[in-house]
Every structure is written in C-alpha cells, then in structure tokens.
Design a binder for this molecule. Structure first.
Ligand code: GCO
Ligand code: MG
Length: 408
C-alpha cells in the first residue's frame, strides 16, 4: 500500500520571452515536487495564461496530483464549453505537469511509465529554407552536415515579398514577429503551384534518393489544387506533404487522396481526437501531426495514437519554435514509447531558450532522445525567465492580390 496521497498546493503560470514568448505552468505539491507544463499558443499566449490562472489553478489546489486521467476528465468534461485551442492547451499543460510529477514521484522518466521504450531513439526532421533554389540547397547541405536524415524544404515564390517558412538572409526563420499587429503578406496560389514542384525536384536531384524530404503547404490550397500539386511532386518521393488544405473540412482530403499517392500529413491545428477521427478511420492521411500541447497533453495524444495505430496512420507531431522544450520533452517520451510514432519535428531553439529550459533531452545524428531524468526531464530557470517578460507578438496574416483575406 502506498502512503497518504500528495496534494497540489500551488499552481503558477510563468510568461517569459527569451527571444519569443512561452507560457509555462508550474504545479507544486505538499511533498515539494514540482511539475512543468507548456501552455504556449502562438499569438494568443495571454488567453491561455488567463484561462489557467483564473479558471484552472483554483480548481487544482488540494487535488491529488497522481490522478492524471481523472484531472483530465474533470477539466475536459467539467467545463461544458469544451474543446478549442485555448481550453485544450490549458488541459495539455496540466496533463504534462502531472506526468512530470508522477515521474519524479516514482523516480522514472515518463516514457517508462508509458510502457517503456519501443525504439532506441526518435527520428526527427528540421527545417531548411532559402528564397532562391541555390540558397535552399545550401541550407539543406548545412542541416545534413549536422546529421539530419529528414529535412523540410521551403522556398520563396516569384512575385512575393514574404512567404511562410522562409527568411531572406538574416537569422533563422521565426513565424511570429514582435509586432503590435500582424504583418500582412500577399499570397498568390497560382504562382506557388507553378513554382513549388520545380523547387522540390531540384532539392531531390541535389540530395539523392535517401534523404527524407518534407514540404509544408500551410493550409493554402483547394482540394483540386492540392490534388494537382500531389501529382506534380510524385516523382520527388516526399516523406510527406503537409497541410495541403485548411484543416476544417476533412471531406476534401478524399478528393486529394483519390488523385495522388503522395503521403499526406495534417493536424497541427487539431485539438482533439474527434477532429481527426474520420481522417484516421477513413485512411485519408498517412501522418497525424497533433501536438502534445495543443491536443490535451500526453494523455490525449496517446489516445489519438491508439486510434491511428489501428488504421496504419503514424504520428509525426508538431515541434516548431513555438512549442517549448517542455512540450518537446513530452512529445519525445510519447515518441520513444509509442509503436506508430514516425517522426518528430524539431525546429530548434535560440541558445537563451536552452538556458531558461534546462533539458535532459538531446539531439544526435538525426535523432532525439528524452533522456533518463525522472519525469519529463526539463527544469525551468525561473530567475532567468523573469528577466524576459512577455512581448506582444503575432503570426502574419495573408491577403490575395485583390486584397481579400486568405489562409496564412
Ligand atoms: C510547422 C508549422 C509551424 C506553424 C507555427 C504557427 O509545421 O512547423 O506549420 O511553423 O506555422 O507553429 O504558430
Ligand atoms: Mg506545419
């Protein structure tokens, strides 16, 4: 028999901006254990911070931190106005922090509590971009030199000034700018469709057959355009083509599927299993991209993985710079212990972020490993974090050439 249950005594929300904004949840117990969760929702950070501080923290005080599933059900079913990115990110943060505490209580890394490792390490992909093709090829070479075996390739588009996923010179790409209002980009789908297949073919010709190449369309196409693009890049042998259409309409993927064999990945903006249910059970996709933070934490990502496993859909979770090292750790614990986990996105972080979030996870030779520290294996330097307060930042928006809004 175990001793008396521990209780949650404090729930704090840290908003820090070491180069970019992160919202971090800290749960403290009577036994003096601390669990960390990530609650970062790019461009809407303070909404989740308030949700946690004002509506969730008071409900957690006095609860047993060991009851992870019951707390998930309480926060999900108990809210009535459920689902959505703000709610699910808040629940995800609590879930991560409680798994962290359970790991620390038992002295085990979380992947051991999830059934133990089913693989030795987690394959990862990173980003390479260049405005022109030669710059893109140089960028791909640079990440290959760092050992990456899978690379997402993005380029500029003729007639555009700004394009998702690409910077023109300067530091690495960061989608959210520290601006008081979103930057407005102009987007012309037809130019993109004329240009992208040639860029991806040039990348394949440059790297040879083995490197895994990925490409993100970022929700820009109609079903017909997506089918056309899929066919046009079939010879490139992509690992996946991501977010070809806006995520809301799952039916449209059927049309894309009927016209191309290119592997499809979707789902970074989904928040629950119910949003990807038919995509999975009707095998309209090959990879589900739900994020451990935005889709309700480890507990819910495992449910999505379990459903996907039955239908031979694999997990390829979201891991951009706006997902903190705490969430990346959680995703890696799931990755190491989940049979149908395929690949983890790893965009990387600025050096300061690694100082604020000291982590046991590590990168080597194209793979990540969560490490052997108890819990998630990330500790936050609160003093350092406090030196970088929140700064307003927004993702861009996009307009067509006629001035009407389109999907960014
Ligand atoms: C990706 C994503 C991101 C998103 C970003 C928005 O595949 O990595 O598309 O880059 O744009 O997470 O906040
Ligand atoms: Mg994406």
């Amino acid at each position: 028999m175990s001793g008396a249950a521990d209780t949650i005594t404090a729930v704090d929300v840290l908003v820090t901006s070491p180069g970019r904004n992160f919202v971090t949840l800290k749960i403290t117990t009577a036994e003096g254990l601390v669990g960390w969760g990530d609650a970062t929702l790019n461009g809407r950070e303070l909404a989740v911070a308030s949700y946690l501080r004002d509506h969730v923290a008071p409900l957690l005080i006095g609860r047993d931190p060991a009851r992870i599933e019951d707390t998930w059900q309480y926060l999900y079913r108990g809210v009535y106005w459920r689902r959505g990115p703000v709610t699910m990110t808040a629940i995800g943060a609590v879930d991560l922090a409680l798994w962290d505490i359970k790991g620390k209580t038992t002295g085990q890394p979380v992947y051991q509590l999830l059934g133990g490792a089913v693989r030795d390490r987690v394959l990862t992909y990173t980003h390479a971009s260049g405005w022109e093709v030669p710059e893109l090829l140089d960028a791909i070479d640079a990440v290959r030199e760092r050992g990456f075996l899978a690379v997402r390739a993005q380029s500029g588009v003729p007639g555009h000034d700004l394009v998702y996923g690409v910077t023109r010179g300067g530091p690495g790409y960061e989608p959210a700018g520290r601006v008081a209002a979103p930057v407005e980009e102009v987007w012309d789908t037809e130019s993109y469709l004329r240009h992208a297949p040639g860029v991806l073919a040039a990348a394949r010709a440059h790297v040879g057959p083995e490197l895994r190449l990925l490409h993100d369309v970022h929700h820009r196409l109609t079903p017909g355009q997506a089918a056309r693009l899929g066919r046009a890049v079939e010879d490139v042998d992509l690992f996946w083509l991501e977010d070809v259409t806006p995520a809301e309409n799952q039916e449209v993927l059927r049309h894309v599927r009927h016209h191309t064999t290119v592997p499809l990945a979707i789902g970074e903006v989904f928040n629950t299993v119910w949003e990807c249910q038919s995509l999975i059970t009707e095998q309209l996709i090959d990879y589900i991209r739900t994020c451990v933070t935005h889709a309700g934490g480890i507990s819910h990502l495992r449910r999505i993985a379990a459903l996907a496993d039955i239908w031979q859909v694999k997990l390829g979770p979201h891991g951009p710079s706006d997902v903190s090292p705490v969430a990346l750790a959680a995703s890696l614990h799931v990755g190491l212990s989940t049979p149908n986990f395929a690949i983890q996105e790893y965009m990387g972080y600025e050096p300061l972020v690694h100082e604020v979030f000291r982590h046991a996870w590590s990168y080597e030779d194209g793979h990540l490993h969560p490490g052997e520290a108890p819990g998630l294996g990330v500790e936050v330097d609160e003093e350092l974090a406090a030196r970088f307060p929140y700064e307003a930042a927004y993702l861009p928006v996009a307009r067509r050439r006629d001035g009407s809004m389109t999907d960014w």
